[in-house]
Write a protein that binds this ligand. Sequence first.
Ligand code: ZN
Length: 153
Amino acid sequence: MYKFYTDSMLGKLARFLRFLGYDTLYRSKESIDEMLEESFQSKRILISQSQKVILLSEKKKTQSIHLTSTDISSQLQEIRESLGLSIIFPPETMRCSVCNGNLSFKEKQELLDRIPEGTAKHYDEFWECDSCAKIFWLGSHWEDIKRVIEEIK
Ligand SMILES: [Zn+2]
């Protein structure tokens, strides 16, 4: 499975790749050198919209993808075409959009004291991040993701 490193301009893309189950590193503040070094060391594919970053990554022999689109569906499409990536939502294992940790399915009963009452009433499927303990459920956010994914097909 591919692992990614999205450059600091691509926070939204990082969140989507994580929802799609891809291990994706993203830091909001990082120099180009740090970005190149970290993606090289962790064998990640560096994704950037900057021609300069891509040229430098080629010099360093780090695999990279140069994105030209600005909207999220087209960006995912570019990545899919470049790698022959499968885009399936929901994937077998999702990752936390905040910290890239693995999400585990949870019984609602286990989380009742940590989710808002209205949410507990309306939803039955919950996931918790193994790393930062953030809780996710099939809310409106889920529909937004599905819409973006459908636009790709
Ligand atoms: Zn997390």
